[in-house]
Design a binder for this molecule. Structure first.
Ligand code: HEM
Length: 478
C-alpha cells in the first residue's frame, strides 16, 4: 500500500507530471466530472503533452492532433490489446482469452465489413421496417414519445435480430423489452466495471450480468434462425475450444451485444435529436433521400415498404454529414495504448519523449472535435459541415496545416471499431425511415440536453435527460 501511496518523480526527458493531491485516486475524480475541461486546463498550463496520475495509472495525454499519427502508427511498442485483454473479461465475465483464439476472434471481425456488409445491411433494413410497421406505422394521428426510449427500443431490437437472428417460429422475440431493461441496468454500471470496481460492490449488477449471459447460452442461440454469418462464425470458433465453458461462450456473445448497441443507441439518439431540432436540416436530408430513390425510379409512398440498398445509402452525403456532425458533438472515447518497454517515443521531427513500460499513452479526440480552430463555432450543429462541392469534405486544418485525423468517434489504427461501417449504415437506415414515413417535431420548452459525463472516455455520451417529441404518418406527396 505504501508503494501505491508514494507518487512518482518525473525523470529527464519525460513530459510534465501531474500527481493528484490524493495519491492513488490521483486526478480520477476531477477527470470523471468533465474530462474535456480537465484536459483543456492542463493543456493551457503544461502544453500539448503531459502525464496525469489517474486511478493508479500514469496516463500521458497527447493533445495536439498533428501528433496523433506518430502514436497511431506505432504498433510494436504501444499495444492496445493488453488493455482490453484484461479489462473486457472482468467487465463481461469471461475467462481471459489465449492469443491464438484472440487472433481468430479478430479475424471474424471482417465479417462486419466489405462484401459482408451487403447481407447485414439488407437484413437490418427488413428488421427496421418490421419493427416500425408493427409498432409505429399503424395510425395517422400525432403520437407523443420520449426520444431516447423510442430510438433505443427500435435500434436495440432491429440490431439484435440482424446480428443474433430471430426465434425459430416467429419474426420477433417476445422478451426484447425485458432484455433491454437488463441491458440498461448493466450499461449504467459499465463505467464502474471498466474502472475495475469489483462487481460484488455494485448491488444487483452481478445477478443481472448472469441473466444476460444466460440469454446467450449456446443451446438457446442454436434455436435462432436468420443468424448473421458473423455470429455463426463465432459460435463455430467457440465450439472448437474444448476447454471453453458454455457460460464463457454466453459471456462473449453478451460482450458483442454490448459492442453492437452500447454506442449505437446514443449515437442514433443524437443524430435524430439534432435533425428534429433543426427543421431546415431535416428538410434537406429528407429531400436528398427522396431524390436518391426517385433517381432509381422509386416514387416513395408511406403505404408501401421502402428498401434502401447499400449503394443508395452511400449516396446520402447530407445524411452522412449530419451523422458525422452528431458523432463529433457526442463522442468522448479515449484511444489507449500500453507502453511495452521503456523507450523514447518520437512525436515529430523535432520532439521525442521518454515513456515507461506499463504507462498508458492516450489520445482524447473530443478535444480535437471541439477545437474552435478546426471546427468554427464547435458547439453548434451544422448538418453540412462535412460536405464540400457536393462530396464529402475531408480537409480540416489546424495551425494552417491539414489534419490527417479530424474525426475519430470509432478509435484509430489497430483498435479501430470493426463495426463502424455497419453502425453508420444502420443509423442511416433508421433516420431514412423516420424522415420518409413521419412528420416529427419536438415538444415545446425543452433545452438541448447536456451530455452526461459519466462515461467520458468510453464512447458516445448519453443525454443527461430524455426529450419529448411528437410524430405522425406523413401525407404522401401529390
Ligand atoms: C470497438 C466505437 C458500433 C463492434 C470500438 C471502439 C470504439 C467504438 C471507440 C474502441 C476503439 C478503441 O478503443 O480504440 C463505436 C461507435 C459505434 C460502434 C461510436 C456506433 C456509433 C459498433 C457496432 C459493432 C461494433 C455496430 C458490431 C456490430 C466493435 C467491436 C470492437 C469495437 C467488436 C472491439 C474491437 C477490438 O477489440 O479490436 N467501437 N462502435 N461497434 N466495436 Fe464499435
Amino acid at each position: 500500500l505504501l508503494l501505491l501511496l508514494r507518487s512518482r518523480k518525473r525523470r529527464d526527458g519525460e513530459p510534465p507530471l501531474i500527481n493528484g493531491w490524493i495519491p492513488f485516486i490521483g486526478k480520477a475524480l476531477h477527470f470523471g466530472k468533465d474530462a474535456h475541461k480537465f484536459l483543456e486546463e492542463y493543456k493551457k498550463k503544461y502544453g500539448d503533452v503531459f502525464t496525469v496520475h489517474i486511478a493508479g495509472k500514469y496516463m500521458t495525454f497527447i493533445m495536439d492532433p498533428h501528433l496523433y499519427p506518430s502514436i497511431i502508427r506505432q504498433g510494436r511498442q504501444l499495444d492496445f490489446h493488453e488493455f482490453t485483454g484484461k479489462v473486457a473479461p472482468l467487465t463481461f465475465g469471461y475467462k481471459p482469452v489465449q492469443s491464438d483464439l484472440w487472433e481468430k476472434i479478430r479475424r471474424s471481425f471482417q465479417l462486419l465489413q466489405g462484401d459482408n456488409l451487403q447481407p447485414l445491411t439488407g437484413s437490418m433494413m427488413s428488421n427496421l421496417i418490421l419493427v416500425f410497421r408493427q409498432d409505429h406505422l399503424d395510425h395517422g394521428l400525432w403520437r407523443s414519445s420520449s426520444m431516447y426510449d423510442f430510438c433505443s427500443s427500435v435500434m436495440f431490437e432491429a440490431t439484435f435480430l440482424t446480428i443474433y437472428g430471430r426465434p425459430a417460429a416467429a419474426l420477433r422475440h417476445s422478451d426484447m423489452e425485458a432484455l433491454r431493461e437488463d441491458f440498461n441496468k448493466f450499461d449504467n454500471m459499465f463505467p464502474l466495471l471498466i474502472a475495475q470496481v469489483p462487481i460484488w460492490l455494485l448491488g444487483q449488477t452481478s445477478a443481472i450480468r448472469k441473466k444476460l449471459i444466460h440469454y446467450f447460452l449456446p443451446e438457446r442461440l442454436s434455436r435462432f434462425s436468420n443468424t448473421s454469418e458473423f455470429i455463426k462464425t463465432r459460435v463455430g470458433l467457440f465450439e472448437q475450444e474444448s476447454s471453453m465453458k458454455d457460460v464463457d461462450k454466453g459471456a462473449h456473445h453478451f460482450a458483442m451485444l454490448w459492442a453492437s448497441v452500447g454506442n449505437t443507441l446514443p449515437a442514433t439518439f443524437w443524430a435524430m435529436y439534432f435533425l428534429v431540432s433543426h427543421p431546415e436540416a431535416l428538410q434537406t436530408v429528407r429531400r436528398e433521400i427522396l431524390d436518391v430513390l426517385r433517381d432509381d425510379g422509386v416514387e416513395f409512398s408511406t403505404d408501401s415498404d421502402v428498401k434502401l440498398s447499400k449503394e443508395q445509402l452511400d449516396k446520402l452525403i447530407y445524411l452522412e454529414s449530419s451523422i458525422n456532425e452528431s458523432l463529433r458533438l457526442s463522442s468522448a472515447s479515449t484511444n489507449i495504448r500500453v507502453v511495452q518497454e521503456d523507450f523514447s517515443l518520437r512525436l515529430d521531427a523535432s520532439r521525442a519523449i521518454s515513456v515507461r513500460k506499463g504507462d498508458i499513452i492516450a489520445l482524447y479526440p473530443q478535444s480535437m472535435h471541439l477545437d474552435p480552430e478546426i471546427y468554427e463555432d464547435p458547439q453548434t450543429f451544422q448538418f453540412d459541415r462535412f460536405v464540400q462541392d457536393g462530396a464529402e469534405k475531408t480537409d480540416f486544418y489546424k495551425d494552417g496545416q491539414k489534419l490527417r485525423y479530424y474525426l475519430m468517434p470509432f478509435g484509430s489504427g489497430s483498435s479501430m471499431c470493426p463495426g463502424r461501417y455497419f453502425a453508420v449504415n444502420e443509423i442511416k437506415q433508421f433516420l431514412s425511415l423516420l424522415l420518409l414515413y413521419f412528420e416529427l417535431e419536438l415538444e415545446e420548452g425543452q433545452p438541448r440536453p447536456a451530455l452526461d459525463p459519466s462515461r467520458a472516455g468510453l464512447g458516445i455520451l448519453l443525454p443527461s435527460t430524455d426529450i419529448r417529441f411528437r410524430y405522425r404518418l406523413r401525407a404522401n406527396e401529390a
